[in-house]
Design a protein around this ligand. Sequence first.
Ligand code: ASP
Ligand code: MG
Length: 471
Amino acid sequence: MSTVTMKFGGTSVGSVEALSQAASIVEENAEKWDRLVVVVSAMSGITDALIRGARTAAAGDDQTYRSIVSELRIRHYRVVDGLLTSDGERADLLAMIDGALDEYAAFCHSVYVLGETTSRAMDTISSMGERINARLMAALLRRRGLRSEAVDATELIVTDNTFQNAVPLMDATRQRVEARIGPMLDQSIIPVVTGFMGATEEGITTTLGRGGSDYSAAILGSCVASDEVWTWTDVDGVLTADPRLVVDARVIPVLSYSEVSELAYFGAKVLHPRTLRPLIERGIPLWVKNTFNPTVPGTCIVGEPESVPGTIKAVTAIRGLSMVTIEGRGMIGVPGIAARTFAAVASQGASVLMIVQASSEQSICLIIPTEMAEPVMAAVEEELALELARRDVDRVWAMDDIVIVSAVGWGIRGTPGVAARVFGALSDDDINVIAIAQGSSECSISLLVAAGDAAAAVQQIHSEVIINGTT
Ligand code: ASP
Ligand code: MG
């Protein structure tokens, strides 16, 4: 028996045209697969708007959320008017939209009165778009003669209570999915499940973090034992580089789970970072496909790294970073300075993207988001006050406008000369490399460059190493 779980992201369900296209895709695939589970995001921009309404309400603004309600009403009504006009369900759907938006307005009003919002409240508020959209999509599918029913993931995905970034409890989730979704699939009913959200054991709504619908699809795909999970988006697949920087960026046909994780880590907005976990456990392949160009195959992400030695598959850039350097000759051979430095960094809640220490031990460099540079430097200076006074540590300083450029590909592993080709490409264009790191997974090489050099660095690596390296 073949099973597929497919998720439609915000732009794939963001307009009348997109929703109708998405419904066609489901209709077509309903014939090809025995069992089909659909997961939907909110229409594009809706989650942002919902959050903005609640935040402004918390800040004492009683108007913004009201105008957001009107905007959202228009956008969702348009779908009903465009696709479900003569439908017997029309009145119910309009009432459903009104009901959800009234609830949203009531929540925002309470937030306004209280003058604050909690992360728990934000989860209920921000997942409203998914709730509406799942019902619209299920109605659209019924309209096309398919059997379909919307299901709130609060009934399925059991999570801990880390609001806004909840962690699924897989065993409990599996049981719920088997009990609720299993019978639907057996009767060839297509469940349309809300992405992004879940609920605690007690039934309090949680969300899986922004962009979490991918993760929802992976969790559900694993629980229904899908043969494949597909995520429908608005690009042809995972690209070799950001097309805004590189005009001839191409679709990567096959990537391994680790390559995709590395890409996500290094700033490519590919998938919600935890998406792969449930898939890896069961070896389920993930396809990234384009709703608006459904005949191109897209990118397939699989467990076994299939790669040509020496090839690099993609290049990314992360901007907005600073390099904090702790330097001093007195650090040589003194144990514990690195540990204390990192403890000080952690005390500020800063996530460190990259660490560089020269073997002479005269400096430790940390790459962190620029907004964390001031607090991190202050915390490190406080921790190392004694060393600074004794001049064992000379200074703690930051360099802003740093970019990490990463070349990613399993083919880097154990292949000599890849780094040389990357550096060769940069020196051809006189780009100065501030520092270098290679992860021990050997799946990526990262370089630090000045912000002004980032675009050129990405373009050089793309043309000289990726394109020329594969042809
Ligand atoms: N609608 C949610 C968001 O914008 C979840 C998703 O799109 O995956 O973050
Ligand atoms: Mg989205």
